[in-house]
Design a protein around this ligand. Sequence first.
Ligand code: ADP
Ligand code: MG
Length: 400
Amino acid sequence: VEDSVLEDIARFQDSFKGINKRYRLINRIGEGTFSTVYKAEDLHYHSFQNDWDIEAKENERPSSSPKKKAIRSSSRPRYVAIKKIYVTSSPIRILNELSLLHDLKASPNVCPLITAFRYQDQVVAILPYFQHKDFRDYFTDFTVEEMRLYFRSLFTALKWVHRAKILHRDIKPTNFLYSPQHSRGVLVDFGLAEREGTDWYHCNCEHDPVERAYRIKHSHHESLRETVGLPAMPSYPKNDQRPSRRANRAGTRGFRAPEVLLKCTAQTTAIDMWSSGVILLTFLSRRFPFFHSADDIDALLEITAIFGKRRMREVALLHGQVFQTNITSYSESGISFDKLILWCTNRNSGSKNSQTRVAALSEAERDAIKFLERCLECEPGKRITAEEALEHPFIAAPEE
Ligand code: ADP
Ligand code: MG
């Protein structure tokens, strides 16, 4: 463990009175915009009633006697993830995350909340520590079969989240902790999640000073192009007096669905399915991050490069927007995923014949692409749901 991390851990222990009586901090495992996450050992762990222990559950055999289980769980330390939510987050936002986690605590493949503590203005959430591998260490060599197992796990989580009418809003590899060894993952980070129908952006947290400060800080760098809405056209009014449309755009650039980029105000759980599709595209193309845009306008244009201008005009209209671009290199009908994936994986060299190009994709890849098209469907109403995905031949197929 690096010195700087040890210093950070010491500072945290000093500032959060009593935390070291209950937990022995081991390492810092995550550092993001909204929180810092530490790995720790639970010092109060001595009972074997803790059936939430994911790792213990994983190793459970139907035949193992209760006695054996007791010995195993009491002899092994229990590790937890301590998520320190930054004090700059508004109390409403923190409460939202904890209350959604609480509601989802019985959902399979969702990392359950054990408990939470507050000391003065600081809040920590305690979650079971889930052993996983860094996405960057496996996405380039996953077989299609391994992708199937990954998504079966992710969609199982999403099925329950969506059934509870919750939008996760930030589906991406760092928020889905996956263990290739166990073919199992857990969904974490409900920091941006919301209940369907409650638009954070228009809710009364506008009046919360911390929330407002947060929004001002985070909207600043995108505000200029934002007010324009779409790339400026020569005929576009210079001083447009119309109010700009505002909608929740929370999430990670590159994983945002077209309706989020187009500021649709009635977003649904379908946005999580788009983000899942972006992860599948990452696996198939072996490129991470697949989309790499500076802002929402660039993100729309990246999507246009694939789907073509015609589809973007249609989807924009669906959300009451007009899509215009003066960039001539984008085609009307876009390009196929077959071509895109072959190109990304350097398999299109030399051959101009589209027949041989398609032939270069394996049958398994072609099945995966058919499923990918159902996730990356521009119209949210037509996009596959998590529940449907679990029944889709690509995901439901028996293991080889
Ligand atoms: P943030 O809002 O800062 O993104 P997350 O909840 O996504 O916070 O956690 C950040 C990182 O911490 C994750 O990407 C993961 O690496 C690690 N992490 C979070 N929860 C756990 C857990 N239960 N077990 C192991 N690692 C975790
Ligand atoms: Mg996260």
